[in-house]
Design a protein around this ligand. Sequence first.
Ligand code: AMP
Ligand code: MG
Length: 394
Amino acid sequence: MINLDDALNMVLSSAKILSSETVSLPLALGRVLAQDVISPFDVPSRDVSSMDGFACRAGQAGKIFKIVGEVQAGEIFSGKINEGEAVRIMTGGVIPNGAEYVIKVEEIIDKGADIIEILCESGLGDYIRKQGEETAKGERVLRKGTTINPEMLGLLARLGFEKIEVYFRPKVAILSTGNEVVNLGQPLGAGQIYDANFYVLAGLVKECGCEVQSLGLEKDDLGRIKGKIKAGQSADLLMITGGVSAGKYDFVRQACEELSADIVFHKVAQRPGMPILFGRINQMPIFGLPGNPVSAVIAFENLVKPLLMKMQGTEFCPQVFEAILEKDLVKEKKIRCFIRAMTEWKDGGFRTVPYEKQSSGVLRSCVESNSLIILSEELTVLKVGDPVKFRFTK
Ligand code: AMP
Ligand code: MG
């Protein structure tokens, strides 16, 4: 059995980054940039006002100005401002030549007949957004490998990008196996369970920006599982749940081997998620994930997600924080454990309460927690008040 760090290195070292395509801006959300984004021009393109008010040349509190013109947003004032003169300006209006600052409309008294009196002290450059203040022409504003979020979409629009180059989304084929597993819509017989794994894994795959190909559900039958693996070979990655442990009817490894798969590892020192298989069939990565839903989720997060992100030209490295443990824990040595927990900020620090039922069959433990406590291989006994590492899952 190998440790999780070695397993992850083996998974990532063989990763192939997919090629890229150009998509229109609205379709770029959640995709990974395959190009650096360089600002083609200054933003703002000129010095503009950040307030509705008056652009002035010079003045002190109590000073009287004459209004000599008006600039609406997007307009340019063609005249010049002399000493003692001001131009009415709207937010976004280009600052007239010679103006040095803007006085907010709330800070003047309108004396009538185009005369205003200024009530405040003001300094050079007040309420002026300088040309190129947000992005200067030629500046790199987004890096290749960045996952595009809504704010970035807005920034790209600001810079005039109608299209953008992004990495292809990996297509992920998912197969559920198990004689006892039943599709939704079918009546449940004694001892049977519905296929939860497909839904949770398909959701996780989509959250990684990938496409899902469903291979459906298959019995614990060597020949039939082989048939489904062959059907999944047009995908970029294949995941199979169930049938990957040491049971008499666990056929996933044998099915892979009979299809000439190169098995890289089978079993990783993590809990949940120990019986996990990773290999390749004709270059396509293939994962056999445990049938227990929590094990499948943790195995996915630890080993599949990093690969899917790398195939899209980016990385998955969740931030790890420290919290104070609020319940005693005991664990086995040499295994890295992932404890579902509710972690909150209380009294100046994070405090974490492990979910009561840590069985890998209890999917509710994932639903009713917001974090994973990460217990390293060498730890065995943990007491209330001990500091522990954790990461948020939501
Ligand atoms: P296995 O990995 O095949 O030994 O399955 C381990 C446990 O996970 C068993 O209790 C199965 O019933 C359960 N299981 C297997 N596949 C699924 C699935 N698709 N959805 C929910 N539970 C499953
Ligand atoms: Mg099974």
